[in-house]
Design a protein. Structure first.
Length: 333
């Protein structure tokens, strides 16, 4: 695939900022609805929740980062640090977050919402210091690494696909080493890189499919790439408007935190022709793991549409909006 018209730097920078703000916006929008069922969301918000208001199970202040944004930020800060081993740097920052040494929170203030695989994987990373001997193990196929994998695409858009593959896979494996999680992160990364280059949503999804076809060439079927390929295909077939009206996206586990369902929903949002806000609202209307599903979809929508995707009333509430804008400046240079 060639890119005859390389986008202007200002366009790329805007898409990077839009993607980071998209993770944060999806996280902060969805935090209000986390663990509600589809019917509970529908009863309380018949048109979907369209403002960032906080609350939810953990009583979040409006726009406060939850684990999705915090851990995306951990990986982002690892890239911005310029440290040679970015995978180890990301792991160290995730551990610092887990231990309550985290800029943006009071010292010793531990995160209230930590995924099971994230906690288990990080403890193994603490003991070994090596991503190869970390991770929660095969069978833990939650969306906890997919929700924080965006920075590899943003920082490494000009690297070779093989280099990106290695980094995205290793950063996933710090906590989520199940092959479905690892490959979902690789596919997501390639989709975002294609969006930054100005490819259409469906072309970008095809870049994700292509990465999986390359990954499974000569691999055993249990390597996860084939399953991720199927999930992207499922996402392309989801009618998000219908799903949000009926609560049925045709996925095995609906709005839960299963990595392949989260990826499929994000792809469905990406190819949904409506404005980004409408798509993101509908992702969270399904209930379940709304903040994480919102974060994953929000990253793709922001990479597609740039900062114009997100209303000022939302951005003004996001805890790390200014920092993410600065990070976009740093990443594009
Ligand atoms: Mg969360």
């Amino acid at each position: 695939m060639t890119h005859p018209r390389e986008p202007a730097l200002s366009t790329t920078r805007d898409r990077i900022a839009g993607a980071l703000l998209g993770v944060h916006a999806g996280d902060s929008l969805g935090a209000t609805l986390e663990f509600m069922t589809f019917d509970q969301v529908r009863a309380q918000y018949p048109d979907g929740l369209r403002e960032i208001v906080g609350g939810g199970l953990f009583d979040w202040p409006a726009g406060h980062a939850t684990d999705d944004t915090d851990l995306t930020r951990a990986v982002l800060l690892a890239y911005l640090s310029g440290e040679h081993d970015v995978v180890a740097a990301a792991g160290q920052r995730m551990l610092a977050w887990l231990d309550g040494h985290w800029p943006g929170r009071a010292p010793g203030d531990h995160p209230v919402d930590v995924g099971g695989a994230t906690a288990k994987g990080l403890e193994r990373f603490r003991s070994s210091g090596d991503w190869r001997q970390a991770g929660a193990g095969a069978g833990s196929a939650g969306n906890g690494s997919l929700m924080r994998c965006l920075p590899t695409a943003l920082a490494r858009a000009r690297a070779t696909p093989a280099e990106r593959f290695q980094e995205a896979a290793a950063i996933s494996a710090i906590t989520h080493d199940d092959p479905r999680c690892v490959h979902a992160c690789v596919a997501y990364t390639e989709i975002v890189v294609a969006l930054l280059a100005g490819e259409s949503p469906r072309e970008a999804a095809r870049a994700g499919l292509l990465a999986m076809q390359v990954a499974r060439f000569g691999s055993p079927p249990e390597d996860g790439a084939a399953a991720v390929e199927l999930a992207i295909g499922q996402g392309l077939d989801i009618d998000l408007v219908r799903a949000a009206a009926t609560g049925d996206a045709g996925l095995a586990h609906g709005g839960t935190g299963y990595v392949l369902d989260s990826l499929a929903l994000a792809v469905a949002a990406l190819v949904d022709p409506r404005p980004a806000v409408d798509s993101l609202v509908d992702v969270t209307r399904l209930g379940g793991d709304t903040d994480t599903n919102g974060a994953i979809a929000g990253g793709l929508l922001g990479a597609r549409d740039g900062t114009a995707a997100w209303p000022a009333t939302w951005v003004s509430k996001l805890q790390f909006a200014a920092e993410f804008e600065e990070a976009a400046d740093a990443l594009v240079n």
